[in-house]
Design a protein around this ligand. Structure first.
Ligand SMILES: *[C@@H]1O[C@H](CO)[C@@H](O)[C@H](O)[C@H]1NC(C)=O
Ligand SMILES: *[C@@H]1O[C@H](CO)[C@@H](O)[C@H](O)[C@H]1NC(C)=O
Ligand SMILES: *[C@@H]1O[C@H](CO)[C@@H](O)[C@H](O)[C@H]1NC(C)=O
Ligand SMILES: *[C@@H]1O[C@H](CO)[C@@H](O)[C@H](O)[C@H]1NC(C)=O
Ligand SMILES: *[C@@H]1O[C@H](CO)[C@@H](O)[C@H](O)[C@H]1NC(C)=O
Length: 391
């Protein structure tokens, strides 16, 4: 017995065992695992005492979409496997025209498609324009109901200046400074041929906490929910803030019975959790629980320096209550590469996950937009996620 205790202490000191044995239910494990004998057994891809940390692994430096060498910056990347050719991967990403850096995302951002034939990590090569400037924040899902890909994004077409500068314009209610407010929808049968459906959820010209809406992140409920009539087809997570974004940025959900809307705010008077954040990414796990990754705007994160930029939130029902895990950090600004190279990024935002294709919803890759300290350019970084069992 004494020997066991000493071994346990040693293992715990070495970080081989959880240091506190504190769970009583699955909520204590962030719904990212089960609680067994007061210890969280995390699902593959998640780690830490409360399964609140992504099990990020060193990956290759040649990954994602990094065109900063030739002067092109990008942001907001999302990976999709081709439905017909399983060896082909698409990256839907926003990049900035005229060689403009991240400070000029508005109005220079446009949405493009890039391809990789060397696996989902990339590197990806530019293939086509999808939406011209100003278009930003693409998030794409395959809709079984529509039998189409749906792309949710922000923006409206603008004649951009010939040199990098900010201009004041609006894409509708909620913001007259940089056109960020209002969510648009595009559809495509194949990711190649896109049709615009215009703005499907505008902001508002009132004093609502979320008059200015951006950062769309859609979720279509999986087929097992469809038998229950009360469920909406589309759930849309978004970031709200007061008019002209003159106050706290927080997360809310909107729901619609058809993908083209109308979309109704789930909580008209308050966000789904009281923690400042943006860039939500939402998914449903194999147990039917709901999860979000967000870019945290708490004091130890925000726009630059970080380091605790990535946070996780979870709920048993999409309607909530949602719990924001403010104890653990899902990912930080530090990235270790497989050659030992370490980068502490200035900004690391816009998280999205690429899941295993076996229905287990195991996160296998983390996509983020990154900007280096002192760097004007930004690029799309993709990092592998391990099986959660440690190295
Ligand atoms: C991205 O490209 C820039 C410019 O070539 C380079 O300095 C940077 O190290 C690259 N990032 C990675 C992760 O290799
Ligand atoms: C235009 O927008 C910028 C931010 O993009 C802001 O700093 C500036 O005050 C705005 N100018 C006017 C005239 O509203
Ligand atoms: C693209 O889609 C539109 C609308 O579905 C269709 O009319 C058009 O023929 C398609 N174009 C190509 C090149 O496939
Ligand atoms: C938003 O900003 C614009 C440009 O500075 C200003 O004219 C307008 O009054 C602002 N609106 C609100 C509601 O703050
Ligand atoms: C997390 O949030 C709760 C509720 O707001 C608060 O009571 C607690 O002190 C916070 N914990 C940390 C580590 O920030």
């Amino acid at each position: 017995m004494k020997q066991f205790v000493q071994l346990t202490l040693l293992a715990s000191t070495l970080g081989l065992l959880p240091t506190s044995l504190a769970c009583t239910n699955e909520e204590d494990c962030g719904l990212n695992g089960i609680c067994s004998h007061n210890t969280c057994i995390c699902d593959p891809g998640w780690t830490g005492n409360d399964c609140g940390r992504l099990d990020l692994r060193p990956g290759p430096r040649a990954n994602g979409y990094n065109l900063t060498e030739e002067g092109t910056s990008s942001w907001c990347n999302q990976i999709l496997q081709d439905r017909l050719n399983k060896d082909l991967y698409h990256l839907i990403v926003s990049e900035f025209t005229h060689g403009c850096g991240l400070d000029y995302w508005s109005p220079f951002s446009r949405i493009i498609r890039a391809e990789s034939t060397t696996g989902p990590l990339g590197p990806y090569t530019f293939k086509q324009d999808i939406a011209p400037s100003f278009a930003h924040n693409p998030t794409v899902i395959w809709s079984e109901t529509d039998q189409k890909y749906l792309m949710y994004n922000i923006g409206c077409p603008q004649n951009v200046p010939s040199t990098c500068q900010n201009v004041n314009f609006t894409c509708g209610p909620g913001n007259t400074l940089n056109g960020e407010s209002g969510i648009s929808l595009w559809s495509s049968p194949d990711l190649y041929n896109w049709t615009s459906h215009g703005q499907i959820m505008p902001g508002t010209n009132n004093n609502a906490w979320d008059a200015d809406i951006t950062n769309p992140a859609p979720l279509h409920l999986s087929s097992h929910h469809k038998t229950r009539n009360s469920h909406p087809q589309t759930i849309l997570a978004y970031r709200g803030c007061p008019y002209n974004c003159s106050g706290a940025e927080q997360i809310n959900l909107a729901i619609a019975s058809v993908s083209t809307g109308p979309y109704t705010r789930l909580h008209p008077d308050s966000p789904i959790f009281p923690f400042p954040s943006e860039d939500p990414f939402i998914w449903e796990d194999k147990r039917g629980n709901y999860h979000m990754l967000v870019h945290s705007l708490l004091a130890d994160a925000g726009f630059g320096d970080g380091p605790n930029v990535g946070r996780h939130a979870f709920a048993r029902s999409w309607a909530g209550p949602w719990t924001f895990n403010n104890a653990s950090v899902a990912f930080t600004t530090r990235v270790v590469f497989e050659d030992g190279f370490v980068v502490d990024y200035f900004r690391r935002e816009r998280p999205s996950l690429f899941f295993s294709g076996d229905g287990e919803m195991r996160p296998v890759l983390l996509s983020t937009g990154v900007q280096e300290v002192g760097g004007m350019g930004s690029y799309s970084l993709i990092q592998p996620i391990g099986d959660g069992k440690g190295i």
